[in-house]
Ligand binder design. Structure first.
Ligand code: CDT
Length: 305
């Protein structure tokens, strides 16, 4: 009997700066219902899925900054999403900006949660690889202030069992790092899910603009094939507050093949029945337990580059 998990990649179109949380949550609920009608077990939303991607602009006022973060999850504006997921029996991955109090101190993270079919938080992750810069760069057409607004995550890359699959989470820039996929794979991941907000131009490296789509596909396809793992990458796409972001939300098989990809830069759902036995097959070709050489990698990775 094949082990199948039906996954929906729920791409988001742009979110206006003025759009209320409730209105955005209504968009996400609509996608959840659509996914349920199409037989999905798990729906993957994007990074910072509940608001516009505010690291693209400079914010000095602390209260104004805090307003972009979720102070609790679920909270008054997001409870309906969790309730609907439980009613439908659908699991989901959600990226969000997290404001947390730890040991009495305020912390801000770029986070994601994995919600089980009972609407409960089954797993949580905080982004490790934060791109961008800390200082204001007013001459750029937009900012990339993740390093200012978020702290580096303090939770390990790990996997959670939902819908009968071991699922690993990461977030956006994490997908460009081979370590992310390998660590999640060694932690047992059969499926890696992630969201991203990726501008289609790089202001400080314009010669790379034509490679943005390619690098998106390249990193996720390589991660899937080299680790024999399913990868689901989901965009916040389209022109959001003047920043044009790529779409290309996709589902990638352990062969490295793209088996489903979005065709718009709007809210769009793509669905695929992922056969988890493909993970076993591709892993058997590599046979990590027999053929990896960690004793040699260790001495290399300890060297500064
Ligand atoms: N959100 C996020 O991590 N975005 C970055 C932009 C980098 S520009 C090449 C990303 O890795 O897609």
């Amino acid at each position: 009997m094949p082990r199948i998990i039906t996954v929906g990649a729920a791409q988001s179109g742009p979110i206006a700066r003025t759009e209320s949380r409730r209105d955005v949550v209504a968009r996400r609920i609509e996608q959840l219902r659509q996914a349920h009608r199409q037989g999905c077990d798990l729906v993957v939303f994007t990074e910072v899925a509940l608001t516009a991607f505010f690291p693209h602009w400079w914010i000095e006022d602390e209260a104004e900054l805090d307003a972009w973060f979720e102070h609790q999850l679920p909270g008054p504006d997001t409870q309906s999403l969790f309730d609907e997921a439980r009613r439908l029996g659908v699991s989901f991955y959600l990226g969000y900006a997290e404001l947390a109090y730890e040991h009495g101190q305020k912390h801000r993270y770029n986070s994601s949660v994995l919600i089980d079919s009972q609407g409960q938080i089954a797993g949580k992750y905080r982004k490790l690889h934060l791109p961008g810069h800390v200082e204001h760069r007013p001459h750029n057409p937009f900012q990339n202030l993740e390093q200012r607004y978020f702290e580096i995550g303090n939770l390990p890359l790990s996997t959670t069992n939902v819908c009968g699959a071991q699922v690993g989470m990461c977030i956006c820039n994490d997908r460009r790092w081979p370590e992310t996929y390998r660590v999640l794979t060694l932690a047992g991941a059969e499926l890696i899910v992630l969201g991203y907000n990726t501008p289609d131009q790089i202001p400080e490296h314009p010669a790379m603009n034509h490679l943005v789509d390619f690098h998106n596909r390249l990193s996720m396809q390589a991660g899937a094939y080299q680790n024999g793992v399913w990868v689901v990458g989901v965009a916040k796409a389209g022109v959001e507050e003047g920043v044009s972001q790529i779409g290309q939300s996709m589902i990638i098989a352990p062969s490295g093949e793209v088996v489903a990809m979005s065709s718009t830069r709007e809210d769009e759902l793509i669905v695929y029945r992922c056969d988890l036995d493909m993970v076993t097959y591709y892993r058997s070709l590599f046979n990590f337990a027999k053929n990896r050489r960690p004793e040699f990698y260790e001495s290399l990775t300890n060297r500064p580059s």
